[in-house]
Design a protein around this ligand. Structure first.
Ligand code: PRX
Length: 635
């Protein structure tokens, strides 16, 4: 079993060990896993190129560490409790043994199809157990999975298929989320009409509705796996072989395919899961994240399953059929650890406490949050009402790129402070650097959050674009990883994340690049240009505020144009990227050299026009007055 820290003294001891001698520390954690061949070097790295290699020379397969290593002790234990969208539908369960067979059968079917180590597979599925099976089946044979969140549009899916060079797509006929039905297969068909290379589409029948099936290309899941053996020897992987690609937004350009490794990611996801959540064998753990995001990868699939955990996987949305659904699920499965997002907490809080009445939440031991800063109101509400003041709330800071939690309380061990991610986990060395590259030492300082030393779970590259990887994370400041977040270290040495310092906005805990949304808006035939910034939003944390230059509004008038802009964004990216506010303006505030002054627009969208700062470099100061007057929020 993985080392578990039980006391605050134990934490400081482990932390010190991990910084004084990181190699011994991580080698010790890696000992708990089954390696076909032991590594030769714990870590070899330099952040200039960058080149990061953990457990080099080691051979393994992550699924052998989920299954073979543990089946004799907990093969009959539940791995997945699956809760359907509709509470009246039948739930499903898989033991580790059953999951193992299902994974093997899919793995053999993929092999039969000619998919092998190093091939990429795109997964565009709803939250059904087969989604987990799909990931693990790829991992079993060394295929690199790339899950695309099932809320992304056909165009966004096509972009990812093209970039990942996938030959095979796994999808479903439909997905259910609350009272909405998503026609996933139709979206896949549309995506495939816009990209090349996919030879096979496997369709899981969630709804058994009629879908169009292209002969020779499309096959139903049941048929695809029929007659495949449920015994499949795992493919041996090098530690540094990619396990998966997951796309995430950056401040410029197209989403980037973040690549995670086999060995390091395994060690890091399992270690952090066990420690942050203080998972004990037999506990039931429920993470509300969709597997389309990194949280679902690391803390619904890999971290928990590597620890032999019992997980609850939920198909639907937290407010369906009503705002008590989360509490019903917790009571039904007697959930011990509940990991969710501040936006979900805020939305449930806003619906009132009556949904908590008579719910049995006594099983809860730990509550975790992730994705965005948690405001104090939400923290106190979840702590007092959901956790009944008995459960530590762990505010976990991390990113798609970091692979696992970086700064977070260890449940019940680290004293918490509302809205603070508190202290770094062992092995993580945060540094705060100001905009001039000067490290801010000591306490009561703030600046850019960087990390000094590599950790096993960190991303290794951006798929097919190592130079962008270097530029984004390693070029701003020397010899550190730059996270893109601002942070404050308070007088106690506790870390409080202040939000992104780049042009990434965080909507309901989901990362969106402003440039990506602007590109989608600019595709509208009547739009000349646009600038997108974040604005405060009571539920989503940040909303999307678009300033759009659109000289003619055609027959539909302004409202008509705004509607079609939203439709365009929906089509280009997906519903999560639809602007909350669209303000039509005659011009954008620009410097003499033609650069849009986003700082000013941000202030206006934040309702803070009184402190615009220096506007003397503006080409046309009048444009600011016009924008303030037409602002859609109170300024
Ligand atoms: O700005 C930080 C915010 O989410 C960003 C990472 O987004 P993503 O890669 O989609 O991963 C989200 C799930 C790990 C970070 O750069 N963020 C994440 N967790 C927190 C947070 N901001 C404040 N507090 C957190 N606990």
């Amino acid at each position: 079993m993985i080392n578990k820290i039980n006391t605050l003294g134990g934490y400081f001891h482990e932390y010190q060990k991990s910084t004084l001698d990181p190699e011994s520390f991580w080698a010790q954690q890696a000992e708990f896993f089954f390696w076909r061949k032991r590594w030769q070097h714990v870590v070899q790295w330099e952040f200039k190129t960058p080149s990061i290699r953990w457990f080099d020379g080691g051979k393994l397969n992550i699924t052998e560490n989920i299954f073979e290593k543990n089946l004799y002790t907990h093969g009959d234990q539940t791995a997945i409790f699956w809760e359907p969208n509709d509470p009246n539908d039948a739930p499903r369960q898989y033991t580790y043994q059953e999951l193992f067979h299902a994974v093997n059968q899919m793995a053999n079917s993929l092999k039969r199809e000619g998919i092998s180590k190093g091939d990429t597979v795109i997964i565009y599925m709803p939250m059904v157990p087969e989604l987990t099976i799909a990931l693990l089946a790829c991992a079993r044979i060394g295929a690199i999975h790339s899950v695309v969140f099932a809320g992304f549009s056909a165009q966004a899916l096509a972009d990812r298929i093209t970039n990942a060079e996938a030959r095979l797509v796994l999808t479903a006929d439909q997905g259910y989320r609350g009272n909405k039905v998503t026609p996933l297969k139709t979206v896949v068909d549309e995506a495939l009409s816009q990209c090349q290379g996919v030879e096979r589409v496997v369709v899981y029948q969630r709804a058994y509705v009629d879908v169009s099936m292209t002969p020779g290309r499309d096959v139903f899941w049941q048929e695809f796996i029929s007659n495949a053996s449920d015994d499949c020897v795992a493919t041996e992987m090098d530690s540094e072989d990619p396990l998966f690609i997951l796309y995430t937004s950056g401040s410029t350009g197209q989403p980037k395919g973040i690549v995670h490794s086999s060995g390091g990611y395994m060690v890091y996801s399992a270690y952090t899961f066990r420690n942050v959540f203080q998972y004990n064998n037999g506990d039931v753990y429920f993470c509300t994240a969709d597997i389309g995001w990194i949280t679902g990868h690391t803390y619904l699939v890999y971290g928990p399953l590597l620890n032999g955990a019992k997980i609850v996987m939920y198909e639907g949305v937290p407010t369906w059929p009503d705002a008590g659904r989360m509490w019903d699920i917790i009571a039904k499965y007697q959930v011990n650890q509940f990991y969710t997002a501040p936006t979900i907490i805020r939305s449930l809080l806003s619906m009132g406490n009556e949904y908590l009445l008579d719910k049995d939440l006594d099983s809860l031991k730990v509550i975790g949050t992730v994705g965005e800063p948690i405001n104090e109101d939400a923290w106190h509400w979840v702590h007092d009402h959901v956790g009944q003041s008995q459960c530590p709330v762990v505010d976990t800071w991390w990113q798609t790129e970091t692979g696992g939690v970086m700064i977070s309380p260890i449940a019940g061990v680290t004293p918490t402070k509302p809205s603070f991610a508190t202290l770094p986990l062992p092995g993580i060395q945060p540094v705060i650097i100001d905009n001039d590259g000067v490290e801010q030492t000591g306490n009561s300082v703030e600046g850019n959050l960087c990390i000094r030393y590599p950790w096993p779970g960190m991303a290794r590259t951006i798929w097919r674009d190592h130079e962008r990887f270097r530029q984004t994370y390693f070029a701003n400041y020397e010899n550190v990883y730059f996270a893109g977040d601002g942070v404050r270290r308070d007088e106690d040495g506790y870390y409080r994340i202040l939000g992104r310092v780049d042009d990434v906005i965080n909507v309901s805990g989901h990362r969106l690049g402003t440039a990506e949304i602007e590109n989608a808006i600019n595709e509208h035939p009547l739009v000349n240009e646009s600038a997108v910034v974040g604005c405060p939003h009571a539920i989503k944390g940040q909303g999307i505020y678009a300033f759009v230059v659109c000289p003619q509004t055609s027959t539909g008038g302004e409202e008509g144009v705004k509607l079609s802009i939203k439709q365009g964004v929906n089509k280009r990216i997906g519903p999560i990227a639809k602007p909350d506010y669209i303000q039509i303006v005659s011009n954008l505030p620009k410097t003499r050299s033609g650069k849009i002054m986003r700082r000013i627009l941000r202030k206006i969208a934040e309702g803070d026009a009184s402190s615009l700062g220096d506007t003397s470099t503006l080409l046309d100061e009048q444009v600011i007055d016009e924008i303030i007057q037409g602002a859609l929020v109170e300024v």
